[in-house]
Design a protein around this ligand. Structure first.
Ligand code: DX5
Ligand code: ZN
Length: 220
């Protein structure tokens, strides 16, 4: 069975001019993880933020910083994100043929390690790293932008990965990212996801709505 549902607001949908305040507000509103989307304009067709911004945000929240690296190469930047205050560092399986090595590097720095799969990537790539990861991220949109439509085929993928985790009896977060809103959330939970990333759906309506948005997604 999946664990308690955790909500990980993606700050990609926050007001970038007031990022520190936004992170504080979403934390106070009940976020479990602060999901930080790092994009390089190379692995994905968008550019966001780097380790210095993560470091600047760190004092604004005591929540878990869940840093989603959509960058390639990735190895040269792992230490900087670790030092900046990331708690979980998630890399993409597609970003390097040596993702096993990258996961080792993350673990060697004392951080939790996550692996993410694009919608077109088969789950078989997970088989040989199940013992190394603390989090598996199923992309339910093609990464690069917030506000995209949930890809329904992601549900079968989540189910299959949930079965793998249960079969091996592992303590691994199963995270879903992209297009999570009030229409899609229940399907993702039913499929076995237990960490829900949501950008648009958590930040919509402004600060006075954040707590309500998070509670609604959590389903209680
Ligand atoms: C997409 C990012 C997501 C995205 C989610 O590349 O990884 O975290 O910001 O945004 P929504 O919830 O708006 O789909
Ligand atoms: Zn993300």
């Amino acid at each position: 069975m999946a664990n308690t549902i955790k909500i990980a607001p993606s700050i990609l949908s926050a007001d970038f001019a007031r990022l520190g305040e936004e992170v504080a507000a979403i934390s106070k509103a009940g976020a479990d993880y602060i999901h930080v989307d790092v994009m390089d304009g190379h692995f994905v067709p968008n550019i966001t933020i780097g380790p210095d911004v993560v470091k600047a945000l760190r004092p604004h929240s005591d929540k878990i910083f869940d840093v989603h690296l959509m960058i390639s190469p990735v190895d040269p930047y792992i230490e900087a994100f670790a030092n900046a205050g990331a708690d979980i560092i998630t890399i993409h399986a597609e970003a390097t043929p040596h993702f096993h090595r990258t996961l080792q590097l993350i673990k060697s720095l004392g951080k939790k390690a996550g692996i993410s799969l694009n919608p077109g990537t088969p789950i078989s790539v997970l088989e040989n790293v199940m013992d190394m990861v603390d989090l598996i991220l199923v992309m339910s949109v093609n990464p690069g932008f917030g506000g995209q439509k949930f890809i329904p085929a992601s549900l079968d993928k989540i189910k299959s990965i949930r079965a793998m985790i249960e079969k091996e009896g592992r303590d691994i977060d199963l995270q879903v990212d992209g297009g999570i809103n009030m229409e899609t959330v229940q399907g993702a939970i039913d499929a076995g996801a237990d960490v829900l990333v949501a950008g648009t759906a958590t930040f919509v309506g402004g600060e006075s709505k954040y707590a309500e948005n998070i509670t609604a997604l959590r389903g209680r």
